[in-house]
Design a protein around this ligand. Structure first.
Ligand SMILES: [Zn+2]
Ligand SMILES: [Zn+2]
Length: 364
């Protein structure tokens, strides 16, 4: 707006630079009536003129803004953020801004919606899974509380056989109208009726079961199919199993939040499972086939001869499947070689003999 205004604000109002406040007010009032877009319908410029006029009045009727304008011109007004009108696009915006007050704009359009349709809330229920259940997928029975339509009143909130009556507060209009006098004349301003929420209708006999809410709490039992390979924090969406909607609104959804129980034996990274086995030093040296646990139960692990502490053995296909898939990742087994702390006399004899043999081998 600043950029659009070329004329002097005093000229726009048609007053002298020494004009008093009441002269400015009188000038605005007179001119506003002439170029109000609802009056000057034939003038395509009327809206722009009215905006400029109002802008000029807004500035010059305010002592601080008028002083800033007198000293620095339109530039001086920039520090008054609230009067930067450049952003408004419609006449209504300006009217709203200019008349914003406890009663709002006299021109404000009010919408009187009847019963408001609201979608039901989404709900979230956690489900804990073991890694074995991640592997197999699982059917899980869950129990949670949701709001469902009241069966007594079919969700209307009213006792069967009763009706909505006109609201006495607003005489069924949904609006409370207030007269307001200002220097333009008399304006009627409206606000939404608080008693009926703007619907104009009130319930005289609320349903005894749901107390007029239209919905009641229900404990829901649901069988949920949890597919294979889910990860901690994944969500399964079950459509329509959140809260029922209000006034015919569609129900919300249920989100089953997947939580994976920690397992001290395994670390999971996507499809890969990390674990550890302890291997006796003799088995590590000679190689062996040993029993170990896996997500599939006991398996045979082939430890090759000469296995070192910290070596890794990859067991193909004993990890987890991808989300919803079947092809499985691997299990990575870290080998911990155990050196015995106590040995029997016979073991000592054998180990000493082994030492003798190995030192000969080294010398050769
Ligand atoms: Zn009302
Ligand atoms: Zn009910």
């Amino acid at each position: 707006m600043h950029d659009e205004i070329e004329q002097d604000l005093y000229e726009i109002l048609g007053v002298s630079r020494n004009a008093t406040k009441s002269e400015i007010k009188a000038a605005y009032r007179k001119k506003a009536r002439e170029c109000h877009p609802d009056v000057a319908k034939d003038d395509p410029e009327s809206e722009r003129k009215f905006k400029e006029l109002t802008f000029a009045y807004e500035i010059l009727s305010d002592d601080v803004k008028r002083r800033d304008y007198d000293m620095w011109g339109l530039e001086g007004l920039k520090r008054h953020g609230g009067i930067e009108y450049a952003g408004f696009t419609t006449f209504q915006d300006l009217i709203d801004m200019f008349f914003s007050g406890p009663f709002g704009s006299p021109f404000r359009r009010t919408t009187t919606s009847s019963r408001v349709v609201i979608r039901g809330r989404d709900l979230e229920v956690p489900v804990s899974l073991t890694l074995k259940e991640v592997l197999s997928g699982v059917e899980r029975e869950i129990e949670y509380e949701r709001l469902v339509l009241c069966g007594e009143c079919d969700g209307t909130g009213m006792m069967p056989g009763t009706h909505l009556n006109d609201c006495k507060e607003c005489r069924g209009t949904g609006q409370i109208t207030t007269r307001r006098d200002n220097f333009f004349g008399t304006f009627l301003t409206s606000r939404t009726c608080r008693i009926c929420g703007g619907t104009g209708r009130v319930m005289t006999h609320p349903c005894s079961r749901c107390a007029g809410e239209g919905r009641v709490k229900k404990v829901e039992n649901l069988k949920v199919h949890v597919p294979q390979g889910l990860e901690d924090g994944d969500h399964l969406r079950i459509r329509g199993k959140g809260d029922d909607g209000v006034n015919g609104g569609e129900p919300g959804d249920l989100y089953v939040e997947i939580r994976i129980e920690p397992d001290s034996r395994y670390i999971r990274d996507g499809e890969t499972i990390y674990t550890e086995v302890e291997v006796d030093m003799v088995d590590a040296a000679l190689g062996c086939e040993m029993n170990m646990d896996s997500l599939d139960g006991p398996i045979k692990l082939a430890v090759p001869p000469g296995t070192q502490p910290g070596d890794i053995i990859r067991v193909k296909g004993k990890g987890l499947p991808r989300r919803g898939g079947h092809k499985r990742g691997d299990m990575i087994v870290a080998v911990k070689v155990l050196v015995p702390k106590k040995i029997s006399a016979e073991e000592r004899k054998i180990l000493e003999k082994l030492r003798g043999l190995r030192s000969e081998n080294v010398q050769r």
